[in-house]
Design a protein around this ligand. Sequence first.
Ligand SMILES: Nc1ncnc2c1ncn2[C@@H]1O[C@H](COP(=O)(O)OP(=O)(O)OP(=O)(O)O)[C@@H](O)[C@H]1O
Length: 595
Amino acid sequence: MSIAPEKMEEGQKLSNFSWESVSMNVKVGKQDKKILDGISGTLRGGEVCALMGPSGAGKTSLLNVLAGRVRSRGNVKVDGSILLDNLPISGSALRKRIAYVMQQDILTPTQTVRESLWFSANLRLPKSYSRKEKEELVEKTLKELGLEKCADTYIGDDMIRGVSGGEKKRTCVGIELIMKPKLIFLDEPTSGLDSYAAHNVVMRLKDMAAHDGCNVLCTIHQPSSEVFHQFNSVMVLRSGKRFYFGPLSGLSTSLHAAGKGCPNEFNLADHVMFVLQTESSEALDKIEMQMQEATPASQHPEMPHDKSVMTMKLEGAHAGFFTQLAALTKREFQNVYRDKAGLIASILVPLILNVFFALIFFQVGNIDRSEWTAQAHFGGMTQVAIGGMFGAAQPLLLKFPLDRGIFLREYATQTYGAAPYFISKSMVELSLSFCRTFPISALQKCIGIALLSANQRYVLIFWITGVAAASTALLVGCLAANPEVAQQAAPAVFVPQLLFAGFFIQSEQIPVWLRWAQYLCALKYGMNLNIMNEFGTDVIQDWPVQKQAMVSGLIENNNINPDHGWLYAGVLIGIIVVVRLLSVVALAKRAAAFF
Ligand SMILES: Nc1ncnc2c1ncn2[C@@H]1O[C@H](COP(=O)(O)OP(=O)(O)OP(=O)(O)O)[C@@H](O)[C@H]1O
């Protein structure tokens, strides 16, 4: 594969990553819980270090603190310093330089394995990489991680049949490794893999570390002997404290010196875990001291690395706004048409509901019928508008909360910004809601509304009202911490819209001091336009006088000014623009506050 020489050079600079006296305390009730207790260490460029310890020892917490993903906030207090080539580093500067493979596999279910790797390569590699180089890197990574056979299989989830758990895990690893990062943190990258697959992953890490000079830190559970002996060094934690840190070879000899040597044919990693969980706390203190005394000073990895000369520079600029937007929009459309069950449900449910409405409100708007009443006519219109609002807004309440895991992972790794992410989702949603307006013409004819007035205008009002209501739902989704909160907030989005729509209570009957709230309700403006479109003077002038009288109060009692049609349309468009801008800000702020 041909990689430009300057990229090779950049890849081969060695860096030292070290941390001193890292502590983490969490206030649980009135008690202080010590999660990490003054841990220090150094990762040498070109080496792979295993982070081990019994469950709850603090491995993930240490990894998160070192990756800049946990900071002092609320009941969490983090202390200590993190240094890259002896210079302090923290926050986003630190996160930018670290490829972090999380314990959970957070992937887009409707993408194939190859598409997931390509998405990462396309958006995260510096612009200096050509498309061909990116494609070659994707193929190389697929091959090295043994993903070739499932390269074109969907990732999958509960609803879509996809790749196995091990293949998912390797895809997560590949998404990060494709970046040729300098600092690689992996939280249990081998869990769920068989020992051969785990061996391949660790070998790939080792190759990368040796070839590109990167620093690799990797929490690991129950590694096989073959896997464990690939690591250059190991840090063993015990109840938030460092129990051992040094070369792998030193672990065996120092345990032996402390009288806890690993019996022949036993797995050393299993043996350490066994010692840590069977000895008393006092006995472990003593073993630890004896191990430290037995470890020659030269074996302590805190010694500065003699090749540690470079402070890592930021890579070149990543993909631009439009590349991000195009990739995200493509993925969003794939999400829609590949999720067949979701797609069918989103077409079928509104269709069934519309047939139901059509049967109930059949021809209520036809003034030639003797049963015609103004109330039923207005009721039919309101029902269609309310149905349109729910149809457009309800699915969007959960749009961002459900995808938040993927967004946070990709946002944290600077794959893209909040704006292209939001715009891509909005564009797909606008296209879908536009498609959904077509059946409304048929429904409208069944009900007999807007027959006399402009049909296209009615459909346009229906669409814009839906989009405006959907904008409010999107904002709530962006603000909500999780899908449950978004769902609980649904009544706050929908109930005021219903109250101000003019059907249950007319505007003039609402207390004056509360009327301001209608200006936030898209449905109110949609209904204003609908009423003008349906019962405007120019429309009803040919109606029988008695029927004209029955609807004449509607415009007045709803505080509608017939000359303000453009103002109402402007308010709807204003709601769409302002609320969506607020949503992008909320999304970015939430993501920034997460770490
Ligand atoms: N924010 C927090 N609030 C309260 N307790 C916490 C918090 N973060 C971590 N802990 C606790 O700190 C301890 C260490 O957690 P951590 O996830 O780092 O352990 P671990 O070694 O990675 O465990 P495992 O191997 O099971 O994943 C656990 O007892 C955990 O419950």
